[in-house]
Design a protein around this ligand. Structure first.
Ligand code: ARG
Length: 587
Protein backbone atom coordinates (compact mmCIF):
# COMPACT_ATOMS: atom_id res chain seq x y z
CA UNK A 1 0.00 0.00 0.00
CA UNK A 2 1.44 3.28 -1.07
CA UNK A 3 -0.82 5.93 0.29
CA UNK A 4 0.52 9.46 0.11
CA UNK A 5 0.11 12.00 2.88
CA UNK A 6 -1.69 14.93 1.33
CA UNK A 7 -0.26 18.42 1.62
CA UNK A 8 -3.35 19.38 3.58
CA UNK A 9 -2.69 16.79 6.23
CA UNK A 10 1.06 17.46 6.25
CA UNK A 11 0.41 21.17 6.88
CA UNK A 12 -2.29 20.30 9.39
CA UNK A 13 0.13 18.09 11.30
CA UNK A 14 2.82 20.76 11.44
CA UNK A 15 0.37 23.37 12.65
CA UNK A 16 -1.08 21.05 15.28
CA UNK A 17 2.45 20.41 16.57
CA UNK A 18 3.24 24.11 16.70
CA UNK A 19 -0.06 24.77 18.43
CA UNK A 20 0.55 22.31 21.20
CA UNK A 21 4.11 23.63 21.64
CA UNK A 22 2.78 27.18 21.95
CA UNK A 23 -0.21 26.27 24.06
CA UNK A 24 0.50 22.99 25.86
CA UNK A 25 -2.90 22.91 27.62
CA UNK A 26 -4.74 22.51 24.30
CA UNK A 27 -2.84 19.53 23.05
CA UNK A 28 -5.17 18.21 20.38
CA UNK A 29 -6.81 21.45 19.34
CA UNK A 30 -7.83 21.80 15.70
CA UNK A 31 -6.07 24.61 13.80
CA UNK A 32 -9.09 24.68 11.43
CA UNK A 33 -7.21 24.59 8.18
CA UNK A 34 -8.89 25.66 4.94
CA UNK A 35 -7.75 26.13 1.37
CA UNK A 36 -7.64 29.82 0.71
CA UNK A 37 -7.02 32.08 -2.21
CA UNK A 38 -4.92 34.58 -0.25
CA UNK A 39 -2.28 32.00 0.53
CA UNK A 40 -2.42 28.27 -0.12
CA UNK A 41 -4.06 27.59 3.23
CA UNK A 42 -5.53 29.60 6.06
CA UNK A 43 -5.85 28.46 9.68
CA UNK A 44 -8.68 30.08 11.62
CA UNK A 45 -8.59 28.01 14.78
CA UNK A 46 -6.37 30.25 16.86
CA UNK A 47 -9.01 32.90 17.59
CA UNK A 48 -11.25 30.53 19.51
CA UNK A 49 -8.30 28.94 21.31
CA UNK A 50 -6.94 32.29 22.42
CA UNK A 51 -10.35 33.28 23.70
CA UNK A 52 -10.54 30.08 25.73
CA UNK A 53 -7.01 30.56 27.12
CA UNK A 54 -7.72 34.27 27.71
CA UNK A 55 -4.73 35.13 25.54
CA UNK A 56 -4.26 37.76 22.87
CA UNK A 57 -5.00 36.01 19.56
CA UNK A 58 -2.34 37.84 17.53
CA UNK A 59 0.27 37.08 20.18
CA UNK A 60 -0.73 33.46 20.34
CA UNK A 61 -0.61 33.33 16.55
CA UNK A 62 2.90 34.78 16.58
CA UNK A 63 3.98 32.12 19.09
CA UNK A 64 2.55 29.39 16.89
CA UNK A 65 4.40 30.82 13.90
CA UNK A 66 7.63 30.69 15.90
CA UNK A 67 7.08 26.96 16.47
CA UNK A 68 6.15 26.02 12.91
CA UNK A 69 8.73 23.96 11.09
CA UNK A 70 9.32 25.58 7.74
CA UNK A 71 11.48 24.80 4.78
CA UNK A 72 10.28 21.36 3.78
CA UNK A 73 6.53 21.47 3.32
CA UNK A 74 5.64 24.91 4.61
CA UNK A 75 7.51 27.69 2.81
CA UNK A 76 6.02 30.59 4.61
CA UNK A 77 3.59 31.27 7.43
CA UNK A 78 2.42 34.65 8.64
CA UNK A 79 -0.13 36.14 10.95
CA UNK A 80 -2.93 38.03 9.30
CA UNK A 81 -5.99 39.94 10.52
CA UNK A 82 -7.08 39.35 14.10
CA UNK A 83 -5.08 36.12 14.40
CA UNK A 84 -5.40 34.02 11.29
CA UNK A 85 -2.44 32.22 9.81
CA UNK A 86 -1.70 32.35 6.12
CA UNK A 87 0.34 29.39 4.98
CA UNK A 88 2.18 28.87 1.73
CA UNK A 89 3.65 25.51 0.84
CA UNK A 90 6.87 25.17 -1.09
CA UNK A 91 6.95 24.50 -4.80
CA UNK A 92 9.16 21.52 -4.10
CA UNK A 93 6.60 19.99 -1.72
CA UNK A 94 3.88 20.30 -4.35
CA UNK A 95 5.90 18.62 -7.08
CA UNK A 96 7.24 15.93 -4.77
CA UNK A 97 3.78 15.16 -3.48
CA UNK A 98 2.47 14.72 -7.02
CA UNK A 99 5.50 12.61 -7.93
CA UNK A 100 4.71 10.30 -5.01
CA UNK A 101 1.11 10.06 -6.20
CA UNK A 102 2.16 9.30 -9.76
CA UNK A 103 4.54 6.61 -8.52
CA UNK A 104 1.89 4.73 -6.51
CA UNK A 105 2.40 1.15 -7.73
CA UNK A 106 -1.29 0.36 -7.15
CA UNK A 107 -2.31 3.07 -9.60
CA UNK A 108 -4.47 4.68 -6.90
CA UNK A 109 -2.66 8.03 -7.06
CA UNK A 110 -1.76 7.58 -3.42
CA UNK A 111 -5.35 7.62 -2.24
CA UNK A 112 -5.50 5.78 1.10
CA UNK A 113 -8.04 3.13 2.05
CA UNK A 114 -10.57 3.98 4.74
CA UNK A 115 -9.31 3.20 8.23
CA UNK A 116 -12.25 1.11 9.32
CA UNK A 117 -13.90 -0.51 6.33
CA UNK A 118 -17.09 -2.45 6.95
CA UNK A 119 -19.75 -4.22 4.94
CA UNK A 120 -22.33 -2.13 3.13
CA UNK A 121 -25.32 -3.71 1.45
CA UNK A 122 -26.52 -1.32 -1.21
CA UNK A 123 -30.00 -1.61 -2.70
CA UNK A 124 -30.08 0.09 -6.11
CA UNK A 125 -31.08 -0.41 -9.75
CA UNK A 126 -34.38 -2.10 -8.96
CA UNK A 127 -36.73 -2.05 -11.95
CA UNK A 128 -39.99 -4.01 -12.07
CA UNK A 129 -40.65 -7.22 -13.97
CA UNK A 130 -42.82 -6.94 -17.10
CA UNK A 131 -42.66 -3.16 -16.98
CA UNK A 132 -40.70 -0.53 -18.87
CA UNK A 133 -37.85 1.16 -17.04
CA UNK A 134 -38.28 4.92 -16.53
CA UNK A 135 -36.16 7.84 -15.40
CA UNK A 136 -36.59 6.97 -11.73
CA UNK A 137 -34.88 3.65 -12.38
CA UNK A 138 -32.16 5.55 -14.20
CA UNK A 139 -31.39 7.67 -11.13
CA UNK A 140 -31.22 4.73 -8.77
CA UNK A 141 -28.90 2.87 -11.14
CA UNK A 142 -26.60 5.81 -11.90
CA UNK A 143 -26.29 7.07 -8.33
CA UNK A 144 -26.04 3.56 -6.91
CA UNK A 145 -23.34 2.51 -9.34
CA UNK A 146 -21.22 5.53 -8.51
CA UNK A 147 -21.61 4.99 -4.77
CA UNK A 148 -20.57 1.34 -5.26
CA UNK A 149 -17.43 2.46 -7.12
CA UNK A 150 -16.62 5.08 -4.49
CA UNK A 151 -17.10 2.71 -1.55
CA UNK A 152 -15.13 -0.10 -3.14
CA UNK A 153 -12.32 2.30 -3.94
CA UNK A 154 -12.03 3.16 -0.26
CA UNK A 155 -11.84 -0.53 0.63
CA UNK A 156 -15.40 -1.08 1.82
CA UNK A 157 -16.83 -4.57 1.35
CA UNK A 158 -19.86 -3.87 -0.83
CA UNK A 159 -22.73 -6.28 -1.41
CA UNK A 160 -25.06 -5.21 -4.20
CA UNK A 161 -28.73 -5.98 -4.13
CA UNK A 162 -31.11 -5.28 -6.98
CA UNK A 163 -34.47 -5.48 -5.28
CA UNK A 164 -36.52 -5.87 -8.44
CA UNK A 165 -40.31 -5.89 -8.32
CA UNK A 166 -40.89 -9.50 -9.30
CA UNK A 167 -43.81 -10.53 -7.12
CA UNK A 168 -47.42 -9.58 -6.51
CA UNK A 169 -50.99 -10.14 -7.54
CA UNK A 170 -50.45 -8.58 -10.98
CA UNK A 171 -48.73 -11.79 -12.05
CA UNK A 172 -51.95 -13.83 -11.75
CA UNK A 173 -53.38 -12.22 -14.84
CA UNK A 174 -50.17 -12.50 -16.84
CA UNK A 175 -49.55 -16.11 -15.95
CA UNK A 176 -53.11 -17.13 -16.70
CA UNK A 177 -52.93 -15.47 -20.08
CA UNK A 178 -49.65 -17.11 -20.92
CA UNK A 179 -50.97 -20.48 -19.84
CA UNK A 180 -53.84 -20.07 -22.27
CA UNK A 181 -51.49 -18.82 -25.04
CA UNK A 182 -48.41 -20.97 -24.44
CA UNK A 183 -46.69 -20.13 -27.76
CA UNK A 184 -46.28 -16.50 -26.64
CA UNK A 185 -42.97 -16.68 -24.79
CA UNK A 186 -41.76 -19.83 -26.42
CA UNK A 187 -38.15 -19.01 -27.28
CA UNK A 188 -34.67 -19.26 -25.90
CA UNK A 189 -33.30 -16.24 -24.08
CA UNK A 190 -30.51 -15.90 -26.62
CA UNK A 191 -32.99 -15.54 -29.47
CA UNK A 192 -34.42 -12.17 -28.54
CA UNK A 193 -32.97 -8.70 -28.08
CA UNK A 194 -33.76 -6.52 -25.07
CA UNK A 195 -36.04 -4.41 -27.21
CA UNK A 196 -37.94 -7.48 -28.45
CA UNK A 197 -38.21 -8.88 -24.95
CA UNK A 198 -39.83 -5.69 -23.71
CA UNK A 199 -42.22 -5.52 -26.63
CA UNK A 200 -43.21 -9.15 -26.02
CA UNK A 201 -43.93 -8.34 -22.40
CA UNK A 202 -45.80 -5.21 -23.31
CA UNK A 203 -47.96 -7.04 -25.84
CA UNK A 204 -48.71 -9.79 -23.33
CA UNK A 205 -49.55 -7.29 -20.65
CA UNK A 206 -51.96 -5.39 -22.86
CA UNK A 207 -53.67 -8.53 -24.12
CA UNK A 208 -54.02 -9.95 -20.62
CA UNK A 209 -55.37 -6.66 -19.34
CA UNK A 210 -57.96 -6.47 -22.13
CA UNK A 211 -59.21 -9.94 -21.33
CA UNK A 212 -59.15 -9.31 -17.60
CA UNK A 213 -61.32 -6.21 -18.00
CA UNK A 214 -63.81 -7.73 -20.44
CA UNK A 215 -64.13 -11.39 -19.50
CA UNK A 216 -65.46 -12.23 -16.05
CA UNK A 217 -64.50 -15.87 -16.31
CA UNK A 218 -60.91 -15.01 -17.19
CA UNK A 219 -60.84 -12.67 -14.24
CA UNK A 220 -61.86 -15.52 -11.94
CA UNK A 221 -59.23 -17.83 -13.44
CA UNK A 222 -56.60 -15.09 -13.07
CA UNK A 223 -57.46 -14.61 -9.40
CA UNK A 224 -57.17 -18.33 -8.80
CA UNK A 225 -53.70 -18.14 -10.33
CA UNK A 226 -52.59 -15.68 -7.68
CA UNK A 227 -53.45 -18.28 -5.07
CA UNK A 228 -51.51 -20.96 -6.99
CA UNK A 229 -48.54 -18.65 -7.32
CA UNK A 230 -48.48 -17.88 -3.62
CA UNK A 231 -48.79 -21.57 -2.84
CA UNK A 232 -45.76 -22.22 -5.03
CA UNK A 233 -47.56 -24.53 -7.44
CA UNK A 234 -44.74 -25.72 -9.74
CA UNK A 235 -46.35 -25.14 -13.14
CA UNK A 236 -47.47 -21.64 -12.12
CA UNK A 237 -44.02 -20.85 -10.77
CA UNK A 238 -42.44 -21.99 -14.02
CA UNK A 239 -44.67 -19.58 -15.95
CA UNK A 240 -43.81 -16.78 -13.56
CA UNK A 241 -40.13 -17.55 -14.11
CA UNK A 242 -40.62 -17.01 -17.84
CA UNK A 243 -41.74 -13.47 -17.18
CA UNK A 244 -38.78 -12.86 -14.92
CA UNK A 245 -36.33 -14.27 -17.47
CA UNK A 246 -37.81 -12.29 -20.33
CA UNK A 247 -37.62 -9.12 -18.23
CA UNK A 248 -34.01 -9.77 -17.34
CA UNK A 249 -33.12 -9.88 -21.03
CA UNK A 250 -34.56 -6.41 -21.27
CA UNK A 251 -32.96 -5.12 -18.03
CA UNK A 252 -29.53 -6.36 -19.01
CA UNK A 253 -29.80 -4.69 -22.40
CA UNK A 254 -30.59 -1.35 -20.73
CA UNK A 255 -27.79 -1.71 -18.19
CA UNK A 256 -25.42 -2.57 -21.00
CA UNK A 257 -26.48 0.56 -22.84
CA UNK A 258 -25.83 2.42 -19.61
CA UNK A 259 -22.35 0.91 -19.61
CA UNK A 260 -22.94 -0.53 -16.18
CA UNK A 261 -22.10 -3.93 -14.79
CA UNK A 262 -25.09 -5.59 -13.14
CA UNK A 263 -24.49 -9.20 -12.07
CA UNK A 264 -27.21 -11.80 -12.10
CA UNK A 265 -26.50 -13.22 -8.61
CA UNK A 266 -26.95 -9.71 -7.17
CA UNK A 267 -30.49 -9.58 -8.49
CA UNK A 268 -32.46 -10.65 -5.46
CA UNK A 269 -35.95 -9.37 -6.05
CA UNK A 270 -38.94 -9.23 -3.78
CA UNK A 271 -39.63 -12.93 -4.41
CA UNK A 272 -36.23 -13.78 -2.92
CA UNK A 273 -37.65 -13.21 0.56
CA UNK A 274 -40.85 -15.25 0.20
CA UNK A 275 -39.60 -17.94 2.57
CA UNK A 276 -39.02 -15.41 5.31
CA UNK A 277 -42.31 -13.50 5.22
CA UNK A 278 -44.36 -15.67 7.54
CA UNK A 279 -41.60 -15.73 10.12
CA UNK A 280 -41.08 -11.97 9.87
CA UNK A 281 -44.76 -11.48 10.68
CA UNK A 282 -44.72 -14.04 13.47
CA UNK A 283 -41.72 -12.39 15.13
CA UNK A 284 -43.29 -8.96 14.89
CA UNK A 285 -46.58 -10.14 16.29
CA UNK A 286 -45.06 -12.18 19.12
CA UNK A 287 -42.87 -9.31 20.24
CA UNK A 288 -45.83 -6.97 20.16
CA UNK A 289 -44.12 -4.67 17.65
CA UNK A 290 -47.03 -5.33 15.30
CA UNK A 291 -50.67 -5.73 16.26
CA UNK A 292 -53.81 -6.99 14.52
CA UNK A 293 -56.12 -4.24 13.44
CA UNK A 294 -59.24 -5.17 11.49
CA UNK A 295 -57.55 -8.39 10.52
CA UNK A 296 -54.40 -6.75 9.17
CA UNK A 297 -51.04 -6.93 10.94
CA UNK A 298 -49.97 -3.33 11.57
CA UNK A 299 -47.24 -1.29 13.19
CA UNK A 300 -48.25 2.11 14.57
CA UNK A 301 -46.16 5.24 15.12
CA UNK A 302 -46.90 8.21 17.33
CA UNK A 303 -45.62 10.78 14.89
CA UNK A 304 -47.05 9.41 11.67
CA UNK A 305 -50.61 10.53 11.04
CA UNK A 306 -52.73 10.95 7.94
CA UNK A 307 -54.52 14.18 6.90
CA UNK A 308 -57.50 13.18 9.06
CA UNK A 309 -55.32 13.00 12.16
CA UNK A 310 -55.64 9.24 12.47
CA UNK A 311 -52.43 7.24 12.76
CA UNK A 312 -51.22 5.71 9.50
CA UNK A 313 -49.86 2.23 10.19
CA UNK A 314 -47.28 0.22 8.31
CA UNK A 315 -49.22 -2.78 7.04
CA UNK A 316 -47.09 -5.89 7.24
CA UNK A 317 -49.79 -8.38 6.36
CA UNK A 318 -53.13 -7.60 4.77
CA UNK A 319 -56.38 -8.90 6.23
CA UNK A 320 -56.65 -11.45 3.38
CA UNK A 321 -53.32 -12.92 4.49
CA UNK A 322 -51.31 -11.38 1.61
CA UNK A 323 -47.88 -9.89 2.25
CA UNK A 324 -46.85 -6.59 0.70
CA UNK A 325 -43.86 -4.37 0.03
CA UNK A 326 -43.20 -3.74 3.74
CA UNK A 327 -43.05 -7.41 4.73
CA UNK A 328 -40.52 -7.98 1.96
CA UNK A 329 -38.34 -5.05 2.98
CA UNK A 330 -38.42 -6.11 6.63
CA UNK A 331 -37.39 -9.63 5.67
CA UNK A 332 -34.63 -8.22 3.47
CA UNK A 333 -33.30 -6.32 6.48
CA UNK A 334 -33.10 -9.53 8.49
CA UNK A 335 -31.25 -11.21 5.62
CA UNK A 336 -28.86 -8.31 5.12
CA UNK A 337 -28.05 -7.91 8.80
CA UNK A 338 -27.94 -11.52 9.96
CA UNK A 339 -26.80 -13.40 6.85
CA UNK A 340 -24.83 -10.81 4.93
CA UNK A 341 -23.46 -9.24 8.14
CA UNK A 342 -23.98 -5.67 7.00
CA UNK A 343 -22.82 -2.74 9.10
CA UNK A 344 -24.57 -0.36 6.77
CA UNK A 345 -27.78 -0.74 4.77
CA UNK A 346 -28.05 1.73 1.98
CA UNK A 347 -31.16 2.24 -0.17
CA UNK A 348 -30.91 4.29 -3.33
CA UNK A 349 -34.62 4.92 -3.75
CA UNK A 350 -36.91 7.77 -4.82
CA UNK A 351 -37.62 10.34 -2.10
CA UNK A 352 -41.31 9.65 -2.59
CA UNK A 353 -40.77 6.36 -0.74
CA UNK A 354 -39.25 8.07 2.30
CA UNK A 355 -42.21 7.47 4.59
CA UNK A 356 -42.11 3.77 3.74
CA UNK A 357 -38.45 3.49 4.69
CA UNK A 358 -38.87 5.60 7.79
CA UNK A 359 -41.54 3.18 9.03
CA UNK A 360 -39.65 0.08 7.92
CA UNK A 361 -36.42 1.16 9.66
CA UNK A 362 -38.25 2.12 12.85
CA UNK A 363 -40.07 -1.23 12.88
CA UNK A 364 -36.81 -3.11 12.41
CA UNK A 365 -35.25 -1.12 15.27
CA UNK A 366 -38.15 -1.99 17.59
CA UNK A 367 -37.86 -5.62 16.60
CA UNK A 368 -34.15 -5.59 17.43
CA UNK A 369 -33.04 -6.39 13.87
CA UNK A 370 -31.35 -3.05 13.47
CA UNK A 371 -29.08 -2.63 16.45
CA UNK A 372 -26.94 0.33 17.45
CA UNK A 373 -24.11 -1.04 15.35
CA UNK A 374 -26.05 -1.02 12.10
CA UNK A 375 -26.85 2.08 10.12
CA UNK A 376 -29.83 2.09 7.77
CA UNK A 377 -29.95 4.98 5.37
CA UNK A 378 -32.13 5.89 2.43
CA UNK A 379 -30.09 7.76 -0.11
CA UNK A 380 -33.25 9.44 -1.37
CA UNK A 381 -33.20 11.03 -4.78
CA UNK A 382 -35.42 13.72 -6.23
CA UNK A 383 -37.62 13.72 -9.30
CA UNK A 384 -36.43 14.07 -12.87
CA UNK A 385 -38.20 17.05 -14.40
CA UNK A 386 -38.83 18.01 -18.00
CA UNK A 387 -37.63 21.33 -19.43
CA UNK A 388 -40.92 22.84 -18.22
CA UNK A 389 -40.04 22.04 -14.63
CA UNK A 390 -42.81 19.43 -14.29
CA UNK A 391 -42.22 15.69 -13.75
CA UNK A 392 -40.80 14.29 -16.95
CA UNK A 393 -43.56 13.03 -19.29
CA UNK A 394 -44.11 12.60 -23.01
CA UNK A 395 -46.28 15.10 -24.86
CA UNK A 396 -49.12 12.61 -24.49
CA UNK A 397 -48.60 12.66 -20.74
CA UNK A 398 -47.09 9.20 -20.57
CA UNK A 399 -43.97 8.14 -18.73
CA UNK A 400 -40.92 8.45 -20.95
CA UNK A 401 -39.27 5.16 -21.85
CA UNK A 402 -35.73 5.13 -20.53
CA UNK A 403 -34.40 3.47 -23.67
CA UNK A 404 -35.76 6.27 -25.87
CA UNK A 405 -34.06 8.85 -23.72
CA UNK A 406 -30.74 7.07 -23.80
CA UNK A 407 -30.94 6.62 -27.55
CA UNK A 408 -31.64 10.28 -28.01
CA UNK A 409 -28.73 11.25 -25.78
CA UNK A 410 -26.42 9.00 -27.80
CA UNK A 411 -27.70 10.46 -31.04
CA UNK A 412 -27.15 14.06 -29.90
CA UNK A 413 -23.72 13.22 -28.56
CA UNK A 414 -22.74 11.50 -31.80
CA UNK A 415 -23.63 14.68 -33.67
CA UNK A 416 -21.36 16.68 -31.37
CA UNK A 417 -18.54 14.18 -31.76
CA UNK A 418 -18.96 14.09 -35.53
CA UNK A 419 -18.78 17.86 -35.78
CA UNK A 420 -15.53 18.05 -33.83
CA UNK A 421 -14.04 14.84 -35.13
CA UNK A 422 -11.01 15.31 -37.31
CA UNK A 423 -9.71 11.88 -38.03
CA UNK A 424 -12.27 9.52 -36.52
CA UNK A 425 -13.81 6.68 -38.50
CA UNK A 426 -17.58 6.11 -38.54
CA UNK A 427 -17.12 3.24 -36.16
CA UNK A 428 -15.14 5.41 -33.76
CA UNK A 429 -17.76 8.15 -33.94
CA UNK A 430 -20.43 5.63 -32.96
CA UNK A 431 -18.36 4.32 -30.07
CA UNK A 432 -17.42 7.79 -28.79
CA UNK A 433 -20.98 9.00 -29.31
CA UNK A 434 -22.23 6.32 -26.93
CA UNK A 435 -19.53 7.10 -24.37
CA UNK A 436 -20.21 10.82 -24.55
CA UNK A 437 -24.02 10.47 -24.60
CA UNK A 438 -24.23 8.03 -21.69
CA UNK A 439 -21.59 10.04 -19.84
CA UNK A 440 -23.69 13.17 -20.32
CA UNK A 441 -26.78 11.53 -18.86
CA UNK A 442 -24.86 10.14 -15.89
CA UNK A 443 -22.99 13.34 -15.20
CA UNK A 444 -26.14 15.48 -15.28
CA UNK A 445 -27.61 13.16 -12.69
CA UNK A 446 -24.50 12.97 -10.52
CA UNK A 447 -23.46 16.61 -10.57
CA UNK A 448 -26.37 17.83 -8.47
CA UNK A 449 -26.88 16.48 -4.99
CA UNK A 450 -29.10 13.41 -5.16
CA UNK A 451 -31.94 14.72 -3.01
CA UNK A 452 -32.64 17.58 -5.43
CA UNK A 453 -34.87 17.41 -8.48
CA UNK A 454 -33.14 18.08 -11.76
CA UNK A 455 -34.15 19.02 -15.27
CA UNK A 456 -33.50 16.54 -17.99
CA UNK A 457 -32.22 18.87 -20.68
CA UNK A 458 -30.27 17.14 -23.43
CA UNK A 459 -29.14 20.40 -25.05
CA UNK A 460 -27.44 21.43 -21.85
CA UNK A 461 -26.12 17.92 -21.12
CA UNK A 462 -24.14 17.57 -24.34
CA UNK A 463 -22.93 21.16 -24.39
CA UNK A 464 -19.17 21.58 -24.72
CA UNK A 465 -19.11 24.57 -22.41
CA UNK A 466 -19.98 24.45 -18.79
CA UNK A 467 -20.28 21.83 -16.13
CA UNK A 468 -20.85 18.79 -18.37
CA UNK A 469 -19.15 15.45 -18.83
CA UNK A 470 -18.35 16.35 -22.44
CA UNK A 471 -16.27 19.27 -21.22
CA UNK A 472 -14.37 16.92 -18.91
CA UNK A 473 -13.98 14.27 -21.59
CA UNK A 474 -12.58 16.82 -24.03
CA UNK A 475 -10.17 18.12 -21.40
CA UNK A 476 -8.95 14.57 -20.89
CA UNK A 477 -8.63 13.85 -24.61
CA UNK A 478 -6.72 17.10 -25.15
CA UNK A 479 -4.21 16.23 -22.45
CA UNK A 480 -3.74 12.78 -23.90
CA UNK A 481 -3.11 14.24 -27.30
CA UNK A 482 -0.39 16.54 -25.93
CA UNK A 483 1.25 13.59 -24.21
CA UNK A 484 1.12 11.60 -27.43
CA UNK A 485 2.63 14.46 -29.36
CA UNK A 486 5.45 14.75 -26.83
CA UNK A 487 5.99 11.02 -27.02
CA UNK A 488 6.41 10.99 -23.25
CA UNK A 489 4.95 7.84 -21.75
CA UNK A 490 5.66 8.71 -18.14
CA UNK A 491 7.27 12.13 -17.90
CA UNK A 492 9.40 12.67 -14.80
CA UNK A 493 8.86 15.37 -12.19
CA UNK A 494 11.44 18.07 -11.51
CA UNK A 495 10.95 19.18 -7.91
CA UNK A 496 13.89 21.58 -8.16
CA UNK A 497 11.94 23.91 -10.47
CA UNK A 498 9.98 26.96 -9.37
CA UNK A 499 6.30 26.84 -10.23
CA UNK A 500 4.03 29.50 -11.67
CA UNK A 501 0.76 30.42 -9.96
CA UNK A 502 -1.27 28.33 -12.43
CA UNK A 503 0.97 25.31 -11.90
CA UNK A 504 0.68 25.64 -8.13
CA UNK A 505 -3.10 25.95 -8.25
CA UNK A 506 -3.39 22.88 -10.44
CA UNK A 507 -0.93 20.88 -8.33
CA UNK A 508 -2.65 21.72 -5.05
CA UNK A 509 -5.99 20.69 -6.53
CA UNK A 510 -4.65 17.36 -7.81
CA UNK A 511 -3.40 16.74 -4.30
CA UNK A 512 -6.92 17.26 -2.93
CA UNK A 513 -8.25 14.25 -4.89
CA UNK A 514 -7.75 11.84 -2.01
CA UNK A 515 -9.70 13.96 0.45
CA UNK A 516 -12.46 14.56 -2.08
CA UNK A 517 -12.88 10.85 -2.75
CA UNK A 518 -12.94 10.09 0.97
CA UNK A 519 -15.56 12.75 1.58
CA UNK A 520 -17.72 11.75 -1.39
CA UNK A 521 -17.62 8.11 -0.24
CA UNK A 522 -18.29 8.91 3.40
CA UNK A 523 -21.25 11.15 2.59
CA UNK A 524 -22.53 9.14 -0.40
CA UNK A 525 -22.14 12.34 -2.37
CA UNK A 526 -20.86 11.75 -5.90
CA UNK A 527 -21.73 15.38 -6.69
CA UNK A 528 -18.78 16.48 -4.58
CA UNK A 529 -16.48 14.44 -6.77
CA UNK A 530 -18.16 15.84 -9.89
CA UNK A 531 -17.61 19.40 -8.66
CA UNK A 532 -13.98 18.58 -7.90
CA UNK A 533 -13.41 17.18 -11.39
CA UNK A 534 -15.01 20.16 -13.05
CA UNK A 535 -12.70 22.45 -11.14
CA UNK A 536 -9.76 20.25 -12.04
CA UNK A 537 -10.56 20.61 -15.73
CA UNK A 538 -10.98 24.38 -15.32
CA UNK A 539 -7.66 24.74 -13.51
CA UNK A 540 -6.02 22.65 -16.17
CA UNK A 541 -7.46 24.92 -18.86
CA UNK A 542 -6.00 28.04 -17.25
CA UNK A 543 -2.67 26.28 -16.69
CA UNK A 544 -2.61 25.34 -20.35
CA UNK A 545 -3.49 28.87 -21.45
CA UNK A 546 -0.74 30.42 -19.38
CA UNK A 547 2.06 27.87 -19.42
CA UNK A 548 3.52 26.70 -22.72
CA UNK A 549 4.20 22.99 -22.37
CA UNK A 550 6.07 21.82 -25.42
CA UNK A 551 7.65 25.26 -25.88
CA UNK A 552 8.63 25.90 -22.27
CA UNK A 553 11.86 27.67 -21.35
CA UNK A 554 13.94 24.58 -20.70
CA UNK A 555 13.62 20.86 -21.49
CA UNK A 556 13.25 20.25 -17.74
CA UNK A 557 10.36 22.66 -17.54
CA UNK A 558 8.72 20.98 -20.52
CA UNK A 559 9.05 17.63 -18.83
CA UNK A 560 7.75 18.90 -15.51
CA UNK A 561 4.73 20.39 -17.27
CA UNK A 562 4.15 17.17 -19.14
CA UNK A 563 4.32 15.47 -15.78
CA UNK A 564 1.62 17.84 -14.49
CA UNK A 565 -0.47 17.07 -17.58
CA UNK A 566 -0.08 13.35 -17.03
CA UNK A 567 -0.99 13.47 -13.34
CA UNK A 568 -4.00 15.63 -14.10
CA UNK A 569 -5.13 13.22 -16.82
CA UNK A 570 -4.80 10.23 -14.53
CA UNK A 571 -6.76 11.98 -11.81
CA UNK A 572 -9.49 12.92 -14.28
CA UNK A 573 -9.62 9.38 -15.58
CA UNK A 574 -9.81 7.83 -12.13
CA UNK A 575 -12.37 10.35 -10.91
CA UNK A 576 -14.62 9.88 -13.93
CA UNK A 577 -14.38 6.10 -13.54
CA UNK A 578 -15.70 6.52 -9.99
CA UNK A 579 -18.69 8.29 -11.52
CA UNK A 580 -19.10 5.42 -14.00
CA UNK A 581 -18.09 7.62 -16.95
CA UNK A 582 -15.59 6.76 -19.69
CA UNK A 583 -12.80 9.03 -20.77
CA UNK A 584 -11.95 8.20 -24.39
CA UNK A 585 -8.31 8.71 -25.41
CA UNK A 586 -9.31 10.65 -28.47
CA UNK A 587 -12.40 12.67 -29.27
N1 ARG B 1 -38.97 -1.63 -7.49
C1 ARG B 1 -39.19 -0.43 -6.73
C2 ARG B 1 -39.70 0.67 -7.66
O1 ARG B 1 -39.62 0.57 -8.87
C3 ARG B 1 -37.96 0.05 -6.00
C4 ARG B 1 -37.44 -0.91 -4.97
C5 ARG B 1 -36.63 -0.20 -3.93
N2 ARG B 1 -36.00 -1.08 -2.98
C6 ARG B 1 -36.58 -1.59 -1.90
N3 ARG B 1 -35.87 -2.36 -1.13
N4 ARG B 1 -37.82 -1.34 -1.62
O2 ARG B 1 -40.18 1.68 -7.16
Amino acid sequence: MASVTSLTSAVHQRLANALSAALPQSADADPLLRRSDRADFQANGILALAKKAKANPRELAAQVVAHVTTGDVIGDVEVSGPGFLNITVTDRAITENLAARAADPDGRLGVPYAEHPGTTVIDYAQPNVAKEMHVGHLRSAVIGDSVVQLLEFTGENVVRRHHIGDWGTQFGMLIQYLDEHPHELDHKASEVSGEEAMSNLDRLYKAARRLFDSDEEFKTRARRRVVDLQAGEPHTLAMWQKFVDESKIYFFSVFEKLDMEIRDPDIVGESGYNDMLAETCRLLEESGVAVRSEGALCVFFDDIKGPDGNPVPLIVQKSDGGYGYAATDLSAIRDRVFNLKANTLLYVVDARQSLHFKMVFETARRAGWLGEDVTAYQLAFGTVLGKDGKPFKTREGETVRLVDLLDEAIERASAVVREKAQDLSEEEIAERGAQVGIGAVKYADLSTSANRDYKFDLDQMVSLNGDTSVYLQYAYARIRSILRKAGAARPAAHPELDLTEAERALGLHVDAFAETVAEAAREYAPHKLAAYLYQLASLYTSFYDKCPVLKAETPQQTENRLFLCDTTARTLHQGMALLGIRTPERL
